[in-house]
Design a protein around this ligand. Structure first.
Ligand SMILES: [Zn+2]
Ligand SMILES: [Zn+2]
Length: 293
């Protein structure tokens, strides 16, 4: 976004070979250069949104603004061994077999992080912080759920929403597991936060902009309700592990490709239902089971 003599960059894309050059080409199409960037503001600390913040801020000599609850991303970079061990333990407790865990461990040992370097925000992007641009002033709204560090930006005169991954054109639910007490509940509250803004046009972090913001909010709420009901229903007959529930809840088999994604979500729904008193965790070794309360 243009801002005086320079630009404000919202989110950076992941850091992969050639990605900075791609960004420079895109900026060139818009008549700008990397050196014109006056500020990098990231909607959240997932690699595809802040991965290039380091090199961009270095080149442009500008600040990074991001929400301080970014330990979900920072820890994976500063302590990769610990992060892998934690993921394996979560998978083990979910009921993933030892044979599969061994294969999985080999695959995630050296993951490309998509983050160029660990860079701390110069300023915390928390509720009420404002970013001035030629389109007007944008206000920060904290919207945790998808990630603990997630924020949306709203421009009230134009009723424009920069939604990051909180609200996408295609409804796709994802929550970071294990960093906050109840990611699903937090996501629901964040949908209400955005609903109250009355946005007219949503510019999402992926895909095309869309105008029917309220319908998208409702679609997200409906899918969350549906998933919660499916998780509770999957426990109606007997206690089960998260792995045992997945095929029924999502109506698809658990595969190496979808396992981390679907298990993480399922654990977040179980956590939400546990806090609501609907389900109870039955600790076990190696896997925990869940039953109706
Ligand atoms: Zn994300
Ligand atoms: Zn994303």
């Amino acid at each position: 976004m243009a801002a005086g003599a320079g630009i404000v960059l919202i989110d950076t894309g992941a850091h992969v070979p050639g990605s900075l050059l791609q960004l420079e080409r895109a900026l060139d199409h818009a008549g700008s250069t990397l050196e014109d960037v006056q500020l990098v503001a990231c909607t959240h600390a997932h690699a595809d949104h802040w991965g290039q913040a380091g090199p961009i801020c270095n080149r442009a000599g500008c600040e990074l603004w991001m929400h301080p609850n970014h330990s979900h991303a920072v820890e994976a970079l500063s302590d990769p061994e610990g992060a892998v061990a934690r993921r394996l333990e979560v998978a083990r407790q979910s009921g993933v077999s030892e044979a599969v865990l061994r294969r999985y461990a080999g695959q995630i040992r050296e993951p490309p992080s998509g983050v160029a370097e660990l860079i701390e925000p110069d300023r915390d992007l928390v509720a009420g912080v404002e970013i001035a641009t030629d389109l007007g002033t944008w206000t920060v709204y904290e919207t945790p759920g998808h990630a603990p560090s997630h924020v949306c930006l709203f421009q009230p005169e134009r009723r424009l929403l920069l939604s990051g991954d909180h609200l996408l054109g295609r409804i796709s639910l994802y929550y970071d597991y294990g960093w906050t007490p109840d990611p699903v509940g937090e996501f629901g509250n964040s949908l209400d936060v955005v609903d109250r803004l009355g946005a007219r046009l949503c510019l999402a972090g992926h895909g095309r902009p869309f105008v029917d913001v309220r319908r998208h909010l409702e679609g997200n709420r409906a899918l969350v309700r549906e998933r919660l009901a499916a998780v509770a229903a999957a426990l109606s007959e007997k206690p089960r592990t998260a792995v045992e529930m997945v095929p029924e809840v999502y109506r698809e088999p658990l595969t190496p490709v979808n396992a981390a994604w679907l298990l993480t979500q399922t654990l977040c729904y179980l956590r939400h239902l546990e806090l609501a008193g609907t389900v109870t965790r039955v600790p076990g070794s190696p896997a925990h089971r869940w039953r109706r309360a």
